[in-house]
Ligand binder design. Structure first.
Ligand SMILES: *Cc1c(COP(=O)(O)O)cnc(C)c1O
Length: 366
C-alpha cells in the first residue's frame, strides 16, 4: 500500500474544481495577441479606484502580518449591513466561508443538501470533510427549494443554496426563499450564498440579513469578487448568529485575509458610485448579449447574475473554437450541462467580440 492509497477514499474520489482558463495560459498555448476572458464572472471595470488607492498606501507595511481579526473591515461591514461584530466572519474569498461552514458543521456520518447544477464548491466542500452530498434535481435549471427542504434527513447539517445561482443564473424571490426557510429544521445550517446579490434589480432585492434575527441557523455569504471587482485579492464574508460564527472561526486559518485584501475591500464597500456603475454596465451588457443570442437563435437561461448560460449543442467543441478566436468562456459539462456554455458579461466591446466570434462558429456548425 502506498502513501497515496492510504488517504481516505472520499479524498481520492474528489474531482478538483475546474477554474476558468487564465488569459496567460491561452497566450502560451496559442500565441494569440488579443484575448478576452469572459469565463469567471469577473468585473470588467477592474477594481474601484478607491481600492487601488488604499492598496498603494499600504505597500510599505507588507512586512507586517495583517490584522488577524480584520477589525476595520468587519466594522465597516457591520455599519453598512446593520450587524454586530460577533456576527461577522471574513474569508479568503467567500469560498473560504463555504468551507468553514462545511468544516465546522459537517463530517463523516453527516450530509449536506444542494441542488443539481449548483455551484461546484458545495459538493467539493462536502466531500473534503467526508460528509455525504445529497443532490436534489433542479426544476427548469433552478433550485427546487421545496424539494431540497424535503430532502433533508436526520443526519443533514447543511443546506447550500446560491441565489442567484451560478452557473444557471436562476433566482428565487425573497418571499419564496423565506417561506422555504421556515420549514428547515433547527439542526440544519442554511448557507445562503449571495455572491451576485448586488446585481438584483431594486424590486427583486430582499433583505436576507434582517432574517438573521429570526433564523439562528442562517448563514449569509457575500463576496468582493464580483460586483466589487476584487476577485484576484480573495475577500468574502459571512454573517450569522454569534454562536455559528464562533464555531467557524475555530476552523479559520490565522491571517486568512491579506492586508491588501482587507483595505481594498473596505474601500470598495465605501464606493457606492463604483458599485452602481458596475451594476449598470452589467445590465446594459446583459441586454446586448441576450439580444445577440436571440439573433443567433441560441436558447439561453434568463440570468439574474453577471453571466448567462446558453445552449450550443456540442459545448466543448464550440468552447474550443471560441478559444482559437481568442475568446474564453466557460464550459459547464461538469455541472451536468454538456450542451451549454456560460459567458460572463464584459465591456460592450468584449461582448461584441464574443458575439461576432460565436456567430461565425455557429454558422460553420449549422
Ligand atoms: C463566484 C462565486 C462565489 C465567490 O467566490 P469567491 O471565493 O468569493 O471569489 C461564491 N459563490 C458563487 C455561487 C459564485 O459564483
Amino acid at each position: 500500500m502506498s502513501l497515496c492509497d492510504l488517504t481516505p477514499a472520499y479524498i481520492r474520489a474528489i474531482a478538483p474544481y475546474q477554474p476558468g482558463k487564465p488569459i496567460s495560459e491561452l497566450q502560451r498555448e496559442l500565441g494569440l495577441s488579443q484575448i478576452i476572458k469572459l469565463a469567471s464572472n469577473e468585473n470588467p471595470l477592474g477594481p474601484s479606484p478607491h481600492s487601488i488607492q488604499a492598496m498603494e498606501s499600504l505597500l510599505e507595511t507588507l512586512a507586517l502580518y495583517p490584522d488577524g481579526n480584520g477589525f476595520d473591515l468587519r466594522s465597516a461591514i457591520g455599519q453598512k449591513f446593520g450587524v454586530e461584530l460577533p456576527q461577522i466572519i471574513l474569508g479568503n474569498g467567500s469560498n473560504d466561508i463555504l468551507e468553514f461552514a462545511a468544516r465546522a458543521f459537517l463530517g463523516v456520518g453527516s450530509s449536506a443538501v444542494y441542488s443539481q447544477h449548483a455551484f461546484a464548491v458545495y459538493p467539493l466542500a462536502t466531500q473534503v470533510v467526508g460528509a455525504q452530498g445529497i443532490e436534489v434535481p433542479a426544476k427548469e435549471f433552478g433550485c427546487d427549494l421545496e424539494a431540497m427542504v424535503d430532502a433533508i434527513r436526520p443526519d443533514t447539517r447543511v443546506l447550500f443554496i446560491a441565489n442567484p445561482n451560478n452557473p444557471t443564473g436562476t433566482f428565487i424571490s425573497g418571499p419564496m426563499l423565506r417561506k422555504a426557510f421556515e420549514r428547515v429544521p433547527d439542526h440544519v445550517l442554511i448557507v445562503l450564498d449571495e455572491a451576485y446579490t448586488e446585481y438584483l434589480r431594486a424590486e427583486e432585492t430582499y433583505d436576507s440579513i434582517s432574517w438573521l434575527k429570526d433564523f439562528p441557523n442562517l448563514l449569509v455569504s457575500r463576496t468582493f469578487s464580483k460586483a466589487y471587482g476584487l476577485a484576484g485579492l480573495r475577500v468574502g464574508f459571512g454573517l450569522a448568529a454569534p454562536g455559528v460564527i464562533d464555531l467557524m472561526n475555530r476552523v479559520r486559518a490565522p491571517f486568512n485575509v491579506s492586508t491588501l485584501g482587507l483595505a481594498a475591500a473596505e474601500a470598495a464597500l465605501g464606493d457606492g458610485e463604483f458599485l452602481a456603475r458596475s451594476v449598470a454596465l452589467n445590465r446594459a451588457g446583459m441586454n446586448q448579449i441576450v439580444q445577440g443570442l436571440n439573433a443567433l437563435n441560441l436558447p439561453y437561461i434568463p440570468s439574474w447574475g453577471n453571466f448567462v448560460a446558453f445552449k450550443v449543442g456540442e459545448g466543448l467543441a464550440i468552447y474550443q473554437k471560441l478559444l482559437r478566436a481568442g475568446v474564453i468562456v466557460r464550459p459547464i459539462a461538469n455541472y451536468g450541462m454538456p450542451e451549454w456554455l456560460r459567458v460572463s458579461i464584459g465591456l460592450a466591446s468584449e461582448n461584441a467580440l464574443f458575439l461576432e466570434a460565436l456567430g461565425k462558429i455557429v454558422k460553420q456548425h449549422a
